[in-house]
Design a binder for this molecule. Structure first.
Ligand code: NI
Length: 178
């Protein structure tokens, strides 16, 4: 398919709620997911939500394979989620640095639930129902926020912890944008 242009913060579409997918098995959905995968791969992202390529539907993809350069980063299974729903497991939150393909060059310290259950449909219509914690849970929460028109800077508690990656992390940063 094709690598699509990423919408960046300031675009009103990124602040809008995306719509549920009515027909999970439609071929148009396969084309959308193929474009999302191509785009995420080209940008070395950890995840991508359909609104980021200008499609206001509730579809996200994510996945992080083990990277020898960043042995600390935990792998996340390659996943397509249509109409996802997230449920926090417990009240515990933790803060960690995030980046977003729609907010290029920036990093922010964002609180997220440590453990979540997430459900949705795969591209084949099969149900996905998983529990996740840590970085995996964080990526899912970041992507699903995109579907509700929330970009991570809106969740930062103290803007002292929001800035340019090159200033905050002059030695480089381990995790990928999402
Ligand atoms: Ni993002």
């Amino acid at each position: 398919m094709a690598v699509k242009a990423i919408r960046r913060m300031g675009d009103p579409l990124l602040w809008a709620r995306a719509q549920e997918v009515a027909d999970v098995c439609a071929s148009a959905l396969e084309d959308l997911v193929a474009d999302m995968k191509d785009t995420m791969a080209a940008l070395h992202g950890a995840g991508l939500a359909a609104p980021q390529i200008g499609v206001p539907l509730r579809v996200v993809i994510f996945g992080v394979s083990a990277n020898p350069r960043y042995p600390e980063a935990s792998p996340v299974p390659e996943t397509v989620l249509v109409n996802p729903v997230i449920q926090p497991l417990g009240d515990e939150q933790e803060e960690a640095w995030e980046g977003c393909l729609s907010v290029p060059g920036m990093r922010g310290l964002v609180p997220r639930y440590r453990r979540v259950r997430y459900r949705g449909f795969g591209i084949d219509g099969a149900t996905v129902d998983r529990e996740a914690e840590g970085f995996h849970a964080r990526v899912v929460q970041h992507e699903c926020d995109h579907l509700d028109g929330i970009l991570y800077p809106a969740r930062i508690r103290d803007l002292k912890f929001f800035g340019y990656e090159s200033v905050l992390f002059p030695e480089g940063f381990g995790d990928q944008d999402a």
